[in-house]
Design a protein around this ligand. Structure first.
Ligand code: SF4
Length: 311
């Protein structure tokens, strides 16, 4: 049988295809507001805003202008796809509720947009925002920057929130019927494999979480991380093996929407431990999973069964 990564990991593309019945592409958007945690508290130690503002998005453009820039390029590259409005930039629930409503309404008013995805911090999720998001009649996903269940790691990263706040934000979003995804960082300094495993086991046991995004900790220039005395090195090879070992503990129906920090900006890297490219990394992970017979969910109560998605 063909050795495809999708046969070992429940990928986000399989999830989207199954949910919408057609190819779907996320259009990255910005509300135009910067992250309050960076402005008010200095931000996370790994954060360099020059590295995560996507190619298509801009804080200076209206939603309409952002669509005008992005949609023709997406259609040219991907063909006839359906679209999700993806507020990915900074902390996308920051701002008063009227401001947010106006942004989300405008994004959803596009005739080809069939859903909304909003990425944010746990401490910027509250009952008012959740009520607004739950009021839309299209599928809405909230992506929460969780990073780890360990408060010592959140403190070290200067995340400015606790694990208890993460837990509460997931609960209120899940209870309101939003689809919940979480972002995780692997390779946090002083975090052991067994601590990362505890985070994965917690995610698998949480009934509200249905998507996860993995990031490998990247050391960018102009960050507090890059100024640390002993800069923590988390090479890509180690990340691939760590991921491979963690995947069996991830519940089989949690869609994996990212495996690596996306679009690493080479010009911004302080410590270059990321030889190769994403295609090569995915290939290495695929090989590692097949050679070691590792499947998502094998060590949980719910195994991933690719045959549901790939006949
Ligand atoms: S929450 Fe996100 S945008 Fe804000 S400082 Fe941390 S990494 Fe940067």
């Amino acid at each position: 049988m063909e050795e495809r990564l999708e046969y070992r990991i429940f990928t986000y593309s399989a999830y989207l295809l199954n949910k919408f019945g057609k190819k779907v592409f996320r259009i990255g958007l910005s509300t135009g507001k910067p992250c309050p945690h960076r402005i008010e508290n200095g931000g996370c130690i790994f954060c360099n805003p020059n590295t995560f503002t996507g190619e298509y998005q801009s804080q200076n453009f209206s939603i309409k202008e952002q669509y005008t820039n992005a949609i023709p390029r997406v259609k040219k590259a991907c063909g006839d796809v359906q679209l999700l409005a993806y507020f990915q930039d900074e902390t996308s629930t920051y701002g008063d509720i009227e401001f947010l409503k106006q942004k989300f309404d405008e994004a959803l008013s596009h005739p080809e947009v069939i859903g909304l995805v909003v990425s944010t911090r746990p401490d910027y999720i509250n009952a008012e925002v959740v009520k607004l998001l739950a009021s839309y009649e299209v599928p809405v996903t909230i992506e929460i920057g969780m990073q780890s269940i360990h408060n010592k790691s959140l403190e070290l990263l200067n995340r400015g929130h606790t694990f208890e706040q993460v837990e509460e934000s997931i609960r209120i979003c899940g209870e309101a019927g939003l689809t919940v995804g979480v972002h995780l960082i692997l390779g946090i300094p002083n975090e052991t494999f067994s601590e990362m495993l505890q985070t994965i086991k917690w995610i698998s046991s949480n009934k509200y979480i249905s998507q996860v995004k993995f990031h490998n900790l990247v050391v960018y220039k102009n960050t507090k991380l890059a100024q640390m005395k002993n800069i923590p090195i988390y090479p890509i090879e180690e990340h691939i093996k760590t991921l491979g070992k963690l995947i069996p503990y991830l519940r089989g129906n949690i869609a994996v929407s990212r495996l690596f920090t996306s679009n690493i900006r080479r010009t911004q890297i302080a410590v270059d431990e990321y030889k190769g490219n994403k295609t090569q990394w995915i290939n290495s992970l695929r090989k590692y999973l097949y050679e070691n017979n590792l499947n998502q969910g094998n060590k949980t109560d719910m195994k991933y069964d690719f045959r549901k998605y790939y006949k």
